[in-house]
Design a protein around this ligand. Structure first.
Ligand SMILES: Cc1cc2nc3c(=O)[nH]c(=O)nc-3n(C[C@H](O)[C@H](O)[C@H](O)COP(=O)(O)OP(=O)(O)OC[C@H]3O[C@@H](n4cnc5c(N)ncnc54)[C@H](O)[C@@H]3O)c2cc1C
Length: 414
C-alpha cells in the first residue's frame, strides 16, 4: 500500500511493478489526485511556455499493474496495519496493508506573519501556477490604466519570499515572461518593473552546493533582480510588505515560497516524528520501531549520505531515488530477491531554470550557464518525464515557445 502519488510514491510503485514477479503481490496506491505533478516544470506552466496539463503525468497511464484508489488519507493505525481514508464520495473507510509506504509530501510552511495568509500567494500546485500568471497579467493591465505613479509602482513590483527551487525558478520564469510582454503595455514599459527575492537565510538555494547557489544569485542580480538574504518579512498588506530591515516596499504581489513542512496528515499516522515533523526512518527508509512501514520524500527524515547527521533535502531528485530503492527494499523484505540496502545517493548534477533559454547547472566538475545549461536542464527533464507521450508534448511546447511570442491572455480561474 503506497500513500501518496507524487515523486516518491510514483517511483516506488513503478519500481515495484518491475521487480515483483507478476501476480506475486497486489500494489495499491492511494492518492487525492490521479496524477503526478512534475513540480520542476511548474514555473514553465506559470510563465506560459508549457501547457499546464503537460506538466502532470496521469497515474493510470503509467502504472499498469498498480491499483489506484482515489482518496484522501486521514490517518493510520500501524498496530492494526490499517490506513484510514476518505473516498471521493465522502465515505470513510479502512484499507488493510501488509507493507505501507508513506509518500505524502509536504505543504508550504506558513509562519505567523500578520497579513501573510490573507494577501500572499502560494506556489505549490497547478492552481497556484495559473493564479500567479493571471495575477501578473492583471497587474500589467491595472498599472497601464493607473494614473497614480505610486499605485502603478506597487502594481509593477513583484516580491518572492523564500529562495529555494520554487522561489528562484518561479521568480526567474515570471520576470522573463514580463520582460517579453511589457512592450505591449506602453505606460508600464516606460515606468519599468521591480523584482525582489527575500531570503531569511544567509544564501539563496540552500538545497544545492554554495558555489552553484552563488552562481545563480549572480545571474539573478545581473538581470536586475534585487536579492535580499538574511532578511525576513514582518508584515504583508494588500499594497505593501515590510521587511526586517525596516524597509516598506509597495507591492501588490507577494508570493510565499519560504520552505515546506511535512503534510499535516503525517502527524496523524501514529508514527515517530523527527525534529521538523518529518517521519523518523533509518537509512533503509524503514520507520523507526516499525516492521512493515516505510517512508520517503519530503515527508520523511531520510539520513543524507552526503551530509552526516542531517536529513536529505526536500527535492524531487532525492524522492525519485528514494522511491526506487525503497521499492527494492520492500521487494527484498517480501523475498523477491536482493537485500535491504541503505539509501546511498549523492547529487551528481543540479539544474536551476532561470527562464527561457537561461539556466545554471552543475554536472560532476563542470558548471554551465545560459543556453547550454538550459539545454542540459531540458534534456534532463525530458529524460525524467515518465511516458513518451508526455515527452512529445513537452518538446512541442518548447518548440512553439522558441518560434512564437508569449501568449498574454488572462484566462481567469480555469
Ligand atoms: C514550484 C516547485 C518547484 C520545484 N522544483 C524542483 C526542482 O527543480 N528540482 C527538485 O529536485 N525539486 C523541486 N521541487 C521539490 C519537489 O517537488 C519535492 O521535493 C518532491 O515533490 C517531493 O516528493 P514527494 O513524493 O515527497 O512529495 P510530492 O511529490 O509532493 O507527492 C505527495 C503526493 O501525496 C498526495 N497527497 C498529499 N496529501 C494526501 C492525502 N492526505 N491523501 C492522499 N494523497 C495525498 C499529493 O497529492 C501528492 O501527489 C520543487 C517544488 C515546487 C513546489
Amino acid at each position: 500500500m503506497i500513500a501518496g502519488g507524487g515523486f516518491g510514491g510514483f517511483y516506488a510503485a513503478r519500481t515495484l511493478e518491475r521487480v515483483l514477479p507478476a501476480h506475486s503481490a497486489r500494489v495499491t496506491l492511494v492518492s487525492d489526485v490521479n496524477f503526478l505533478l512534475y513540480t520542476p516544470l511548474l514555473p514553465g506552466a506559470a510563465a506560459g511556455t508549457l501547457e499546464p496539463r503537460h506538466v502532470v503525468v496521469p497515474l493510470r497511464e503509467q502504472l499498469r499493474r498498480t491499483r489506484l484508489r482515489l482518496g484522501r488519507v486521514l490517518g493510520a493505525e500501524p498496530q492494526r496495519d490499517r490506513l484510514l481514508v476518505e473516498l471521493p464520495d465522502g465515505e470513510r473507510g479502512e484499507l488493510r496493508y501488509d507493507q505501507l509506504v508513506v509518500a505524502l509530501g509536504s505543504v508550504s510552511r506558513m509562519p505567523d506573519v500578520p497579513g501573510l495568509s490573507e494577501h500572499a500567494l502560494g506556489f505549490k500546485d497547478l492552481a497556484d501556477a495559473i493564479a500567479l500568471r493571471n495575477r501578473v497579467i492583471a497587474m500589467l493591465e491595472a498599472a497601464e490604466a493607473c494614473e497614480d505613479p505610486r499605485e502603478r509602482d506597487a502594481c509593477l513590483t513583484f516580491v518572492f519570499v523564500g529562495a529555494g527551487y520554487a522561489g528562484v525558478e518561479g521568480l526567474a520564469e515570471l520576470q522573463d515572461f514580463m520582460k517579453d510582454v511589457i512592450d505591449l503595455y506602453p505606460r508600464c514599459r516606460t515606468h519599468g518593473m521591480r523584482w525582489l527575492l527575500v531570503e531569511a537565510r544567509p544564501r539563496v538555494m540552500p538545497e544545492i552546493a554554495p558555489n552553484l547557489a552563488a552562481f545563480a544569485e549572480r545571474e539573478l542580480r545581473g538581470r536586475g533582480i534585487d536579492t535580499r538574504t538574511n532578511t525576513t518579512v514582518v508584515e504583508v498588506t494588500r499594497q505593501s510588505l515590510t521587511l526586517s530591515d525596516g524597509e516598506t516596499v509597495g507591492a501588490r504581489t507577494v508570493v510565499w515560497t519560504a520552505g515546506v513542512r511535512p503534510h499535516p496528515v503525517v502527524a496523524q499516522l501514529g508514527l515517530p516524528l523527527a525534529d521538523g515533523g518529518r517521519i523518523e526512518v533509518d537509512a533503509t527508509m524503514r520507520v523507526q520501531g516499525q516492521r512493515n512501514v516505510w517512508a520517503l520524500g519530503d515527508a520523511a527524515a531520510v539520513p543524507d549520505p552526503a551530509r552526516k547527521g542531517q536529513a536529505c533535502p526536500p527535492t524531487a531528485q532525492h524522492a525519485i531515488r528514494q522511491g526506487r530503492l525503497l521499492a527494492r527494499n520492500v521487494a527484498a523484505e517480501l523475498g523477491a530477491g536482493g537485500r535491504v540496502r541503505p539509501f546511498g545517493y549523492r547529487t551528481l548534477g543540479v539544474f536551476v531554470d532561470l527562464g527561457r533559454h537561461q539556466a545554471v547547472a552543475s554536472t560532476m566538475v563542470l558548471r554551465w550557464r545560459g543556453f547550454p545549461a538550459w539545454f542540459l536542464a531540458r534534456s534532463y527533464h525530458l529524460a525524467n518525464m515518465p511516458g513518451h507521450k508526455r515527452r512529445m508534448r513537452l518538446v512541442i511546447d518548447w518548440t512553439v515557445a522558441l518560434l512564437f511570442d508569449r501568449d498574454t491572455a488572462e484566462l481567469g480561474e480555469l
